[in-house]
Design a protein around this ligand. Structure first.
Ligand code: GLN
Length: 195
């Protein structure tokens, strides 16, 4: 199994380290040709507007859309989830539009309002998942075909799955807990089917 990591900007190195830890081969993706031979793709956190501009400059938007609509597994973390979302309610950026969710950018405030919390994510087992939120987006609305995997205590949706796609508001690559990447690798290998 080989998982690509979109490496235009943001926290791509950290994702590569987690995959390394799990013994999964990874490859940094900057050009359309580098998408060939991959089994899945991680879109990291960073700055969604910058990442989209760069993806445009590198002619990656259409190839990524095509792959996504064909069911290619993708995991978007933080800004990466913004790229996957169909709608961004407080910004008019044009995203990949692959997940039927509405997200709100910088929904928890500015940099000093970043926070960490333990999330109950049943798909990852009983142990809470320690999650780091950095100028994070939240999921305002998820259509019926989207499975909600985690919410904050106040009910805010922060992790979703739609078929082979995962989206989350936080940065699972910034802790020692590799379970989110492991879960994604099961989606990639076809061992975790959506309910
Ligand atoms: N605030 C960033 C954005 O809107 C996302 C932050 C992150 O990925 N940590 O693009």
């Amino acid at each position: 199994m080989k998982i690509g990591i979109l490496a235009l900007q943001g926290a791509f190195i950290e994702h590569a380290r987690v995959l390394d830890r799990l013994g999964i081969e990874s490859e940094q993706v900057r050009k359309p040709a580098e998408l060939e031979g991959l089994d899945g793709l991680i879109i990291p956190g960073g700055e969604s507007t910058t990442m989209l501009n760069l993806a445009n400059n590198y002619d990656l938007i259409e190839p990524l859309r095509r792959l996504g609509f064909d069911g290619f597994p993708m995991m978007g973390t933080c800004a990466g989830m913004i790229l996957l979302a169909k709608t961004v309610t407080n910004s008019n950026v044009e995203t990949l539009g692959l997940m039927d969710i509405k997200v709100r950018r910088n929904a928890f405030g500015r940099q000093p309002d970043s926070f960490e919390t333990d999330l109950d994510i049943k798909a990852l087992g009983d142990k809470p998942f320690h999650s780091v939120f950095i100028r994070a987006p939240l999921i305002e609305e998820a259509e019926e075909n989207v499975e909600i995997l985690a919410k904050l205590e106040n009910g805010t949706i922060v992790t979703v799955r739609q078929g082979n796609m995962l989206g989350m508001s936080f940065h699972p690559e910034l802790t020692d807990d590799s379970r989110m990447h492991e879960y994604f690798s099961k989606i990639v290998s076809g061992k975790s089917l959506t309910c």
